[in-house]
Design a protein around this ligand. Structure first.
Ligand code: ZN
Length: 136
C-alpha cells in the first residue's frame, strides 16, 4: 500500500457562501466546484491549493455530523484526508493493528472517490479520511 499525498484538508463552516470569497478572492485559491453528499448530509466545496485541496463542509441538516461539530467547536479543521492507492489494504492494516475505524468498509465520497474515516482515537486525536481514486 502506498500513501500518495494529503488529498485535502476538511474545514467545517456554517455557510460556504459566506467563507468562499475569502478562500477564493483573498487567498486566491482556485474554486473547483461543489456538490451535495446526501448520504453524509453535507454540502462541500473544493478549492485547489498546489497538489492538494481544501474542502469546505457545510451541514445540510441539523442532524448532520458537521452540525454537531460546529455546535461543539464552532468550526475549524474537521479532518485531514490522505490519498492511498489501495483503501481496502489500508483498512486491513488498521484492523490488524486493532486501530478503531469509523467506516469498516469504503463508501462513496465526493468526486466518485472511495473513502473511509479512521477514528480520532486511532490517529492521535485527528479525524483521518482515507481516500482512493477510482481507476477508470
Ligand atoms: Zn474530506
Amino acid at each position: 500500500m502506498a500513501v500518495k499525498k494529503i488529498d485535502h484538508v476538511g474545514i467545517a463552516v456554517s455557510s460556504i457562501d459566506e467563507v468562499l470569497p475569502y478562500y477564493r478572492d483573498v487567498l486566491g485559491l482556485k474554486f473547483l466546484g461543489e456538490e451535495v453528499i446526501t448520504e453524509q448530509k453535507v454540502r462541500v466545496a473544493f478549492l485547489g491549493i498546489g497538489e492538494s485541496r481544501i474542502e469546505l463542509l457545510e451541514p445540510t441538516s441539523d442532524d448532520s455530523p458537521i452540525s454537531k461539530f460546529l455546535e461543539k467547536r464552532g468550526g475549524g479543521i474537521h479532518h485531514i484526508a490522505i490519498l492511498v492507492d489501495d483503501i481496502d489494504r489500508a483498512l486491513e492494516a488498521h484492523r490488524s493493528e486493532g486501530r478503531r475505524l469509523i467506516d469498516e468498509k469504503p463508501r462513496a465520497g465526493a468526486h466518485g472517490m472511495r473513502i473511509a474515516f479512521v477514528h480520532p482515537k486511532a490517529a492521535s486525536g485527528v479525524l483521518l479520511e482515507l481516500c482512493e481514486r477510482k481507476t477508470e
